[in-house]
Design a protein around this ligand. Structure first.
Ligand SMILES: *[C@@H]1O[C@H](CO)[C@@H](O)[C@H](O)[C@H]1NC(C)=O
Ligand SMILES: *[C@@H]1O[C@H](CO)[C@@H](O)[C@H](O)[C@H]1NC(C)=O
Ligand SMILES: *[C@@H]1O[C@H](CO)[C@@H](O)[C@H](O)[C@H]1NC(C)=O
Ligand SMILES: *[C@@H]1O[C@H](CO)[C@@H](O)[C@H](O)[C@H]1NC(C)=O
Ligand SMILES: *[C@@H]1O[C@H](CO)[C@@H](O)[C@H](O)[C@H]1NC(C)=O
Ligand SMILES: *[C@@H]1O[C@H](CO)[C@@H](O)[C@H](O)[C@H]1NC(C)=O
Ligand SMILES: *[C@@H]1O[C@H](CO)[C@@H](O)[C@H](O)[C@H]1NC(C)=O
Ligand SMILES: *[C@@H]1O[C@H](CO)[C@@H](O)[C@H](O)[C@H]1NC(C)=O
Ligand SMILES: *[C@@H]1O[C@H](CO)[C@@H](O)[C@H](O)[C@H]1NC(C)=O
Ligand SMILES: *[C@@H]1O[C@H](CO)[C@@H](O)[C@H](O)[C@H]1NC(C)=O
Ligand SMILES: *[C@@H]1O[C@H](CO)[C@@H](O)[C@H](O)[C@H]1NC(C)=O
Ligand SMILES: *[C@@H]1O[C@H](CO)[C@@H](O)[C@H](O)[C@H]1NC(C)=O
Length: 616
């Protein structure tokens, strides 16, 4: 009986789906503006695209029937039942089609999308009677409450794309996702509870991140051979990571389980060498044991993020053979032992972010690896892009759809620990702080000319600060504090024009602190705890023990008006901004957490009206 036309491409239902029937009622005021011609004709064409099935059914209230193009009052579509206009501009901003008993399709051609000012649309009833819906897109709204029961029962054969991320949806999901052809299931950033529902085998993108899911992951998650993105991060899931997920990596590009309570060992990921895996993020769990050696089979792997667990292992030098590994963060685990020399100088050729802080490494700093880390040696002039994996789906109705997943990490730079939701591909970073490294800082560090941030603090390092560090011209953050370094602060460090955070406190340094340029902006806490240091900003004036040092030359400091400008700017920056904004390298990638899901949809061929409209 249902005369459902085939819902050809997609249905974009926005807002208040769950608030159902009572949307526009009462919202009219006495004053009604007159409506815009193009909006009136859009509404009428929209009406034409429907069939009203049973006008006499008592539950139906087909408001749409009264819309007319003739009559006295009717040219003003703002007066039509179910239509709400903005009082000032007269644009159609709300549409309530609930209980209209409409049957038909809304496709990307629909004139509904000419109503560019639409803010509220109630199509709940329409949806409820569809059985061939393929897409429902409800992300980034303010939907609250539970997903209505009927929704789980709608279009069970056809619905394959359901993004409802970034709302306030509560309640739990059924144990099994009812849509047998579901490919893209994105419920992230809501308040869902219960266990993650088991997807059908054809699932491609499963994203339930940032909810309140708990319990263990069912073994039914095993046979998912089409799964590309799996994101369960930011929940309260516990138990072991299923062993069978060693094989998931055949199809999987992104595996993110961060911020949960997973325990036990990490399964043998990439146990058979066929692997698409690009990034694995298991950080902030309670994982134990060793890193599985099978990881060295993940030849496409670009990121390994396993910080904040209880892993106990030696330095994973065996990962050096991964040809495109860019990010390795092991911070806050129980890694131990001496980091030896690389087998050859081709190891870790693409590494640009390494964080091994807060572990129990001993022996000398891994200076020999510096010769390997070619990706940190150049200042990359490429236009800015972000580290990410882009996935291209082909579907039957759309030629292709692109989903972009940007890599994210939590690191400390410039004294601030924070989450970065995107990483520019030129960003390079070394954090070896809070270990038990001893011996000297090698001159070789001066080779890493692309380095933005270096932290060697809180170790047992001795010897001098190598003057070669003055060659790290893009360095923004340098922390050598809490070691046993001696000698003077090399004057060459004055060349570091972008240096925003500098800390050599609590060492055994001597002599005069370099003066001028950005050194005038560093606080005294950057230098304190060195009995032999003197000069600004420390209170201790330099005596006559060393060669007489002239007062800072006014000429030297003012010879370059640009440097003075820069000085002022730095002072402002340190005074007010430092710690809030992450500076040049990270400057425009500061994350807004509730950021929406990154999906970029593209169509080949027909490009006419796409869903790309921004409703709000
Ligand atoms: C239309 O609805 C009425 C009242 O609900 C019902 O009695 C009637 O059978 C329906 N007609 C059709 C054709 O479904
Ligand atoms: C036209 O609308 C006004 C205000 O809504 C109403 O008072 C008037 O009766 C309407 N006229 C007709 C012919 O429907
Ligand atoms: C859009 O409209 C054109 C012509 O009206 C039609 O050929 C095409 O199939 C429609 N596209 C969709 C997605 O319905
Ligand atoms: C789902 O729909 C089927 C038929 O369309 C019906 O028999 C069943 O009772 C519905 N289930 C729920 C939970 O609404
Ligand atoms: C996975 O698939 C295999 C064969 O296709 C089947 O024997 C096995 O029971 C499935 N495992 C699970 C957990 O569904
Ligand atoms: C992975 O799959 C292979 C066969 O495809 C099977 O022999 C092996 O046991 C699986 N490994 C795991 C950990 O499930
Ligand atoms: C997806 O397509 C883009 C170009 O459109 C390409 O750069 C990218 O490598 C593709 N991604 C995958 C995973 O194939
Ligand atoms: C260096 O690392 C330590 C922790 O080991 C941290 O407290 C400090 O803030 C970091 N320094 C900078 C400049 O980020
Ligand atoms: C700094 O780099 C230049 C060339 O880029 C090199 O000649 C010089 O020796 C380096 N200085 C130090 C101290 O390593
Ligand atoms: C600091 O350096 C001086 C020599 O410059 C040395 O005599 C002294 O023992 C050192 N102090 C510490 C705590 O290492
Ligand atoms: C320098 O490091 C010490 C401890 O290592 C810390 O107390 C101090 O606040 C830091 N100063 C700056 C400016 O980062
Ligand atoms: C999951 O969704 C969140 C936000 O909606 C997004 O930030 C994250 O990148 C997604 N994960 C994957 C693997 O696509």
């Amino acid at each position: 009986m249902e005369l459902s036309l085939r819902l050809v491409s997609f249905l974009c239902v926005l807002l208040k789906l769950l608030a159902l029937e009572i949307m526009v009622a009462n919202s009219f005021t006495s004053f009604q503006p007159s409506c815009h011609d193009y909006e009136r004709s859009a509404l009428l064409q929209f009406k034409e695209s429907f069939v009203i099935v049973n006008k006499s059914a008592s539950l139906c209230d087909p408001k749409i029937l009264q819309w007319n193009s003739y009559g006295v009052n009717t040219s003003n579509c703002c007066l039509w039942d179910g239509v709400q206009c903005d009082e000032v501009t007269g644009h159609v901003i709300g549409l309530d089609l609930s209980r209209s008993c409409l049957f038909g399709s809304i496709n990307s051609n629909s004139t509904l999308f000419n109503l560019v000012h639409l803010q509220r649309l109630n199509l709940a009833d329409f949806l409820r009677h569809q059985n061939q819906v393929r897409w429902i897109s409800l992300s980034n709204n303010k939907i609250s409450g539970e997903i209505p029961k009927w929704m789980w029962n709608t279009s069970t054969d056809t619905l394959d794309f359901l993004p409802i991320a970034n709302n306030f949806i509560t309640g739990s999901q059924p144990a099994i996702i009812p849509w047998v052809n579901m490919k893209v299931y994105i419920v992230s950033f809501n308040m869902l509870q219960g266990v993650p529902p088991i997807p059908p085998p054809c699932i491609e993108n499963y994203n339930a991140s940032e909810n309140m899911l708990s319990g263990e992951i069912s073994n039914m998650f095993c046979n998912l051979s089409s799964l590309y993105f799996l994101d369960l991060s930011g929940n309260a899931l516990s138990g072991m990571i299923p062993k069978c997920w060693g094989n998931l990596s055949n199809s999987l590009y992104v595996l993110s389980l961060k911020n949960n309570f997973f325990q036990g060992i990490i399964p043998e990921i990439c146990s058979n060498s066929a692997s698409n895996l690009r990034i694995i993020d298991l950080s902030y769990n309670k994982l134990q044991g060793q890193l599985p050696r099978s990881l060295s089979n993940c030849m496409m792997l670009e990121g390994i993020v396993i910080s904040n667990n209880q892993l106990k292992d030696v330095f994973p030098s065996w990962l050096g053979s991964l040809p495109v590994l860019k990010i390795l963060t092991l911070q806050q685990n129980e890694f131990y032992g001496v980091i030896g020399k690389p087998k050859n100088y081709l190891e870790f050729p693409k590494l640009q972010v390494i964080d091994i802080s807060f572990n129990y490494f001993t022996g000398e700093l891994p200076s020999h690896y510096i010769l390997c880390w070619n990706a940190m040696k150049d200042i990359d002039p490429h236009p800015l892009t972000y580290l990410s994996v882009t996935l291209n789906y082909t579907t039957t109705d759309f030629d292709w759809v692109q989903v972009d997943n940007r890599y994210a990490i939590t690191i400390t730079t410039k004294g601030v620990k924070r989450y970065y939701g995107a990483i520019q591909d030129i960003f390079t970073f070394i954090d070896m702080s809070s270990n038990r490294f001893e011996g000297q800082i090698s001159e070789l560090f001066g080779n890493l000319k692309g380095l933005y941030s270096l932290n060697l603090s809180n170790n047992l390092l001795t010897g001098c600060i190598p003057s070669s560090l003055g060659n790290l011209t893009v360095l923004e953050s340098l922390d050598l504090s809490q070691n046993k370094l001696s000698g003077e602060i090399p004057k060459q460090l004055k060349q570091l024009g972008f240096l925003e955070r500098f800390n050599v406190s609590h060492n055994n340094l001597t002599g005069r602190i370099p003066q001028g340029k950005q050194f005038d902006a560093f606080e005294s806490s950057s230098f304190e705890g060195n009995p032999g240091l003197c000069g600004d900003p420390l209170l201790r004036k330099c005596g006559y023990s060393g060669p007489p040092s002239l007062p800072p030359s006014v000429f030297e400091e003012n010879d370059d008006p640009d440097s003075l400008m820069e000085l002022d700017w730095k002072v402002v920056l340190i005074g007010f901004v430092s710690g809030v904004v992450a500076g040049v390298a990270l400057g425009d990638i500061v994350t807004i957490r509730r950021h929406g899901w990154l999906v970029k949809l593209s169509y080949k061929g027909r490009r006419q009206r796409t869903h790309q409209r921004n409703w709000r």
